[in-house]
Design a protein around this ligand. Structure first.
Ligand code: URA
Length: 226
């Protein structure tokens, strides 16, 4: 920078930054939107939330209103994992706030828990347009976020809500009917995992509520005394 230019900036009180001698202008630190899975694995809850909020890892950022991170007690014993935000969740920025969410609240109440007692998150943090099924690549790009949420909450029990969350968390293609009623182990964290029906499915198939009640009893028995 010519001296006259420098003194002009100086006179205006504008601080000029220069590289220290011997330093090269190496790659810039990654912005939150560009963190690697490894970097995501080192984030605390607040940094993770900020990173998710600006995520552009898959195309869903182009159609979302906002990301939907997770809600509840950050030290919960039970962590519920759904599929992806729907239109109301996309609008409000909170998981399970629509009709399915009201049923989830009622299911929790039936075993003496409130939404604030547990932690609720989704496999995807952005709404797939027209509520279509998530694509494999979207799940892959989002999986480090969910894993870090699980690591940060460290629940005693994971509950997969519906086929999609169950198959993603257990890395299986087994149908939900063959996953219910058993206590699995989440491979990445060794946390026990139980599968139950998605509340949206229960709204469409009220007769399945009987089995969902059995699942809730299994959840209670498995997690032990409060
Ligand atoms: N369905 C889900 O799987 N998650 C939500 O947050 C809402 C509906």
């Amino acid at each position: 920078m010519p001296d006259s230019h420098a003194s002009y900036l100086n006179a205006m009180g504008i601080v000029q930054w220069r590289l220290r001698a011997g330093r090269t202008n190496g790659p810039a630190p990654r912005s939150p939107a560009e963190q690697s899975d490894e970097q995501i694995g080192g984030l605390d809850e607040e940094a993770l939330r900020e990173t998710v909020a600006v995520c552009t890892r898959c195309d869903l950022y182009q159609t979302r209103t906002q990301t939907v991170f997770g809600v509840g007690n950050p030290e919960a014993d039970w962590m519920f994992v759904g599929e992806a935000p729907g239109s109301e969740e996309d609008r409000k920025g909170e998981p399970f706030v629509g009709r399915a969410g009201k049923l989830l609240d009622a299911m929790l109440a039936s075993v003496g828990k409130a939404r604030e007692d547990v932690y609720i998150a989704n496999v995807l943090k952005c709404r797939p347009p027209d509520n279509r099924d998530p694509h494999g690549e979207e799940v892959r790009q989002c999986s480090a976020y969910l894993l870090q949420q699980i690591e940060s909450v460290q629940p005693r029990l994971l509950v997969a809500l519906g086929r999609f969350a169950a198959q993603s968390l257990l890395n299986t293609t087994r149908p939900i009917g063959k996953l219910r009623g058993e206590v699995f182990e989440h491979a990445a964290t060794h946390i026990p995992l139980i599968v139950t029906y998605h509340p949206a499915y229960l709204l469409r198939n009220p007769l399945a509520k009987r089995q969902a009640w059995q699942d809730l009893c299994l959840i209670k028995r498995t997690s032990g005394p409060p």
